[in-house]
Design a protein around this ligand. Structure first.
Ligand SMILES: *Cc1c(COP(=O)(O)O)cnc(C)c1O
Length: 471
């Protein structure tokens, strides 16, 4: 392909992209409706020996690939948590792909490093984190939490485990709400601490960690010769967006000198609203904090911002400098390779810079407030309906609910709601997912896709009621 052919093809694809995003996506089923292996069997069994024209490849993309895509940018996507995109983010992704720069050292793209430092400061200030926090962009909250647990492990072993390997004399323990994301336990496993040393802590009726239960677990462990290493508090847990009491947990961590990590992967976006910042009261006690703009802040995956209080613990845990990576500027500049696991890094700051500048902080707040309002509107309608039941508080833009007509046993309700879920998702009209709360099969509906509007939510609510009636 030469530059002229590229130009022609790219223009055609940009037209296709604009049509897709501007209404096209709404005509497609939200969740892919294909069967397992349906796509695999349509893909050539062997790699082609001869190159093919781009036009053929693009045709196959439309005909073979597209039916196997679940449309995360569909306004009727209410599943999991969103993974939003937006026009400015997408444009930045195009430029990032064009430059295809590795941003591991300052020298390998000074603009990428310095813009990363700057946008990390912007976001820190926008979400109300104290100014001593600094950080870098990671690929995911899972990686960020792993960094937190590894930094805690190194700091509390006096940076010995990196040198000596895991020693059995360290009997570390890690604590988190029983409703926290599975990435915490995964990090505990990868860090060599072991799942047996991961202690899920009981929550109250609002699915918020009980600080008394936490303190009890810590004292028990201390009595039994364990070293409490890290507590993870969730701000917006994954099942139900539960909110752990950051202030109280922070005080316990301070008292017992435990690393305190806050996982605000999803709900961090809501902290852009001054009226929500009371939820992170006490965050000054945290050692680390993670939030994913790649979920609800209109920035393409991957983009997870990870903040730390003590950069030395991070750098001493992850810095390693072979001869071939030494530069003239050395330590006088930031080399983000030392701030995480990856050596090679994409220029992710660019999409944050595009998104924040294009929306403006106020533009972001307007959209987030709209999502919260749409959620409250639907919550009221569900509350008013005699046969629907809310199963968790609605603090953000997730509603946990079930259809609960009279005279059914718990077991029948589980089966009934599972049926409703599958029927809705098979219809292709909307996509929602489920969880279990207090053992009850719970439907989860998130209202946070970039372009979701009242009409989409009204339509979803109509479909849910119709489907429920038919069961
Ligand atoms: C989504 C989520 C994660 C995991 O995020 P990734 O970036 O996909 O690793 C962790 N914690 C919470 C609370 C989440 O919502």
């Amino acid at each position: 392909m030469n530059a002229n052919e590229f130009r022609k093809q790219a223009h055609e694809m940009v037209d296709w992209i604009a049509d897709y995003l501007d209404g096209g996506v709404e005509k497609l089923p939200v969740r892919a409706q294909v069967k397992p292996n349906e796509i695999y069997n349509q893909l050539a069994p062997h790699a082609p020996e001869q190159g093919e024209p781009m036009a053929n490849i693009f045709e196959d993309f439309k005909n073979i690939v597209m039916p196997g895509i679940t449309h995360w940018q569909h306004p009727n996507f209410h599943a999991y948590f969103p993974a939003n995109s937006s026009y400015p983010s997408l444009l930045a992704e195009m430029l990032m792909s064009t430059l295809a720069a590795q941003c591991m050292l300052w020298e390998t793209s000074p603009a990428a490093t310095e813009m990363e430092t700057r946008v990390m400061e912007w976001i820190r200030d926008l979400i109300g984190l104290p100014s001593f926090f600094e950080g870098s962009i990671q690929n995911s909250a899972s990686s960020s939490t792993l960094l937190a647990i590894l930094s805690a492990r190194e700091k509390f072993s006096n940076f010995e485990i990196n040198q000596q390997g895991i020693q059995s004399k360290h009997r570390f323990r890690v604590y988190a709400s029983e409703h926290i994301h599975s990435s915490i336990e995964k990090a505990v496993r990868i860090a060599g601490i072991g799942s047996v040393n991961y202690r899920p802590i009981k929550t109250n009726d609002a699915f918020s960690m009980d600080p008394k239960a936490l303190e009890k677990a810590i004292s028990e462990d201390l009595q039994n010769g364990f070293t409490p290493l890290c507590v993870v508090a969730g701000l917006g847990t994954t099942s139900s967006t539960g909110i752990d009491p950051i202030d109280a947990i922070g005080a316990i961590c301070k008292q017992y000198q435990i690393w305190f990590h806050v996982d605000a992967a999803y709900a961090g976006t809501a902290m852009l609203l001054p009226e929500m910042q009371h939820m992170i009261k006490g965050v000054d006690q945290a050692d680390s904090f993670v939030f994913n703009p790649h979920k609800w802040m209109f920035t393409n995956f991957d983009c997870s911002v990870y903040y730390v209080k003590d950069r030395n613990a991070l750098l001493k845990s992850f810095s390693i400098l072979p001869e071939y990576l030494k530069t003239e500027t050395g330590d006088s500049v930031i080399n983000y390779k030392d701030w995480g696991i990856q050596l090679g890094r994409r220029f992710r700051a660019l999409k944050l810079w595009f998104v924040i500048r294009h929306f403006g902080a106020e533009g972001l707040r307007v959209k987030i407030r709209l999502h919260l309002q749409l959620t409250q509107n639907l919550k009221k309608q569900m509350e008013a309906h005699p046969d629907f039941e809310l199963l968790a508080p609605v603090d953000f833009n997730l509603i946990c609910f079930r259809f609960n007509p009279k005279n059914k046993t718990e077991e029948e309700l589980d089966i009934l709601n599972e049926k409703i879920l599958h029927a809705l998702n098979h219809s292709g009209e909307i996509y929602i997912t489920h969880t279990k709360l207090n053992g009850k099969y719970t439907l989860r509906m998130v209202i946070g896709q970039t372009n979701v509007a009242q009409r989409h939510v009204d339509n979803a609510w109509r479909l849910i009621q119709e489907e429920a009636k038919q069961q």
